[in-house]
Ligand binder design. Structure first.
Ligand code: 4GY
Length: 295
C-alpha cells in the first residue's frame, strides 16, 4: 500500500485494497481526494457475488481499486458441526429461516473489518421499498454499504428489527435468494463511482438521469435492408441532434412510461418537443389506421 500523506484510509487494515505489488494505484492519480466505496455482502453464496463482481464495468473498477467488495458467509460463523445458518420455521409449515446468531457474527466481522462500528445492513427483499435511480444515486454517495442476502423463507424478523436499516426490493417478483438483487445494487451503484465510466458525460447521458427513458441509438451501416439511420444523426448538426434525442426521450417516455413523465417537470422547450412528437405520432397512427391493414 503506498503511503499517502494527508489521506486517511479508514480501510487500510482490511486487506481488501486490491493493489497488486507494482501496479500503479489509480485511486490516487485520478481522484486523490476520494476513498474507494466499500460494499460488504452477507450471503450463503459468496461465489455468486464474487463472480458478478469480476465482470464488466464493475469488475474493472474493482481491479482498479475504485470499489472494494467483500463477502461474508454466515455459515462460517455457525457454532455446530453442521455449520448451520438456518433452522425450522416457528409456527410450522415447510421451509427454514436464517438464524440470528450466525448473521449477527457475520455483521460484527463486517463492522470490525470496515471500521463501521454501528453499520446496519440493507436487506434485499420483495417487502422493501422499490429501488430506483434516485435511490441508487443516494447509495452511490455513501462510502460503505452492507448488503444482506436472504435465502429460504428469509431472515429471522428479530435480526431485521435490530440490524437492518432498510429493506430494498429490485422489483415485484420473488427470487430464490437476495444475491441477484444485491448484484443489481452493486452494478448500479458501482458504475456511478468516480473514475468508473469512461467520461463524466456517460452517467449524465443515462436513461433516468433526467427521469426520462433513453433515446434510440444507431451504428453503421447507415443504410440497411431493415431501415436507414435517421438523417439528422449523420448530419453533424450537434444542436439538431441534441434536439432530436431529447424529443425521442420525451416521446418514448410518454408512450411507454407515462408514470415517469408525471414525476418530472418539463421546461418550455421540452414541452414543445413533446407536443411535436405527439402531433407526429397522432398523424402517423391515424394514417396507419386509414390506409388500413384490411380491417
Ligand atoms: N424482489 N428484490 C428480492 C427477492 C429473494 C426469500 C428473502 C427482490 O430484492 N430482493 O426476491 N429476494 C427473497 C427470497 C428470502 C429474499
Amino acid at each position: 500500500m503506498p503511503a499517502q500523506a494527508g489521506i486517511h484510509w479508514k480501510h487500510l487494515d482490511s486487506g481488501l485494497c486490491r493493489n497488486d505489488g507494482g501496479k500503479k494505484d489509480v485511486r490516487f492519480s485520478i481522484h486523490p481526494w476520494s476513498r474507494a466505496m466499500r460494499i460488504d455482502v452477507i450471503t450463503l453464496f459468496p461465489d455468486f457475488i464474487e463472480s458478478c463482481a469480476r465482470v464488466g464495468v464493475v469488475g474493472r473498477a474493482r481491479e482498479r481499486g475504485l470499489i472494494e467488495i467483500a463477502t461474508w458467509n454466515p455459515r462460517d460463523f455457525a457454532t455446530d458441526n453442521y455449520r448451520s445458518a438456518d433452522d425450522r420455521c416457528y409456527g410450522g409449515g415447510p421451509g427454514v429461516v436464517m438464524m440470528i446468531d450466525p448473521l449477527r457474527k457475520a455483521l460484527d466481522s463486517v463492522r470490525r473489518a470496515s471500521g463501521s462500528e454501528h453499520g446496519k445492513a440493507i436487506y434485499m427483499s420483495p417487502q422493501g421499498a422499490r429501488l430506483d435511480q434516485a435511490k441508487v444515486e443516494a447509495f452511490a454517495q455513501r462510502d460503505h454499504l452492507i448488503l444482506l442476502c436472504g435465502r429460504y423463507e428469509g431472515v429471522d424478523e428479530r435480526f431485521i428489527e435490530h440490524a437492518v436499516e432498510e429493506e430494498i426490493s429490485v422489483g415485484d417478483y420473488v427470487l430464490s435468494g437476495g444475491e441477484l438483487a444485491a448484484a443489481i445494487v452493486i452494478d448500479a451503484v458501482g458504475r456511478l463511482q468516480d473514475g468508473v465510466l469512461h467520461d463524466a458525460q456517460s452517467a449524465q447521458q443515462d436513461s433516468f438521469s433526467d427521469g426520462l427513458l433513453d433515446c434510440p441509438h444507431y451504428t453503421r451501416p447507415e443504410h440497411h435492408e431493415w431501415g436507414d439511420v435517421p438523417a439528422v444523426l449523420a448530419s453533424g448538426d450537434h444542436a439538431a441532434i441534441a434536439r432530436w434525442r431529447m424529443k425521442q426521450s420525451l416521446g418514448r417516455t410518454w408512450l411507454r412510461r407515462p408514470d415517469l413523465l408525471e414525476q418530472v417537470v418539463l421546461d418550455k422547450k421540452q414541452r414543445a418537443l413533446l407536443d411535436e412528437f405527439r402531433r407526429e405520432h397522432e398523424e402517423k397512427t391515424t394514417h396507419d389506421r386509414d390506409s388500413g391493414s384490411g380491417e
